[in-house]
Ligand binder design. Structure first.
Ligand code: 2HA
Ligand code: ZN
Length: 238
């Protein structure tokens, strides 16, 4: 479908940018059919219990990257490394409804707790967002190592000074999330509170996470922000 093709294209960009070493990065997109579509998709295997409930995600379908999948592989053969999961009516479990490989064996990304928390946040806020994109851009990650920029205020002041267009492309600025264990519920929770005020956040010593209504536009947020970080480091060297 169109969404899978767009995801394939973005996976290729992430790999070419050098932001996706090994299995780094992951994507989810809300692909729930419209409310008028009452057809129930085929489900594979028993419901898999989630460690916490996401009531607002009840019945929603999410296209997610597979655990351990490489962006460079996804860019060649997307269906093999993507699956669709559907949340139970209580929002406390999910079942796989599609995967290009064996749907019984499909395992969603290790960052699923963050993806679920953020996808639920989109629905609660009714902000029209559908895409969560996590990646490891070199310059942005390097920036999170510098003690003087470990705050939302200082980070945004720097980004706007370096690349004034940021105010136009990323009007709500960038959020700061202090280091938390990758794949943890805590990371998801901290990211959601930061997304109240921003559409893109940095994860200290890890990467960045961007949100938006479509995947190409969400990629653009990362690209624009990383450009600013790149210019910052080029300027330091000059
Ligand atoms: O998908 O990037 O944060 C691997 C990761 C974990
Ligand atoms: Zn990561």
């Amino acid at each position: 479908s169109e969404i899978i093709y767009a995801t394939q294209e973005v996976a290729g960009w992430l790999w070419e940018k050098g932001w996706a070493e090994k299995n780094a990065g992951n994507i989810s997109i809300n692909v729930s059919p419209s409310a008028t579509d009452k057809s129930s998709p085929k489900k594979y295997g028993n419901p898999r219990k989630l460690v916490c409930r996401f009531p607002a995600l009840a019945g929603q379908s999410l296209l997610v990257t597979a655990a351990g999948s490489r962006m460079r592989d996804l860019s060649r053969d997307p269906a093999q490394y993507l699956g669709i999961i559907r949340l139970s009516s209580r929002g406390d479990a999910y079942q796989v409804t599609w995967s290009g490989r064996d749907p019984f064996l499909f395992q969603p990304t290790s960052e699923l707790p963050s993806h679920l928390a953020i996808q639920e946040f989109f629905i609660i806020r009714r902000n029209g967002n559908k895409v969560v994109l996590h990646t490891h851009p070199d310059e942005l990650v390097a920036l999170t190592h510098l003690p003087v920029y470990k705050s939302t205020r200082d980070l945004n002041r720097l980004m706007r000074a370096i690349h004034p267009e940021i105010s136009y492309h990323i009007p709500r600025g960038v959020g700061w999330v202090p280091f938390l264990k990758p794949g943890s519920q805590a990371l998801g929770k901290a990211t959601v509170s930061t997304l109240l005020h921003h559409d893109i956040v940095l994860w200290e010593r890890h990467g960045c996470l961007a949100t938006g209504p479509d995947i190409a536009g969400t990629f653009d947020l990362v690209d624009v922000l990383n450009k600013a970080a790149k210019i910052f480091f080029l300027r330091c060297r000059a």
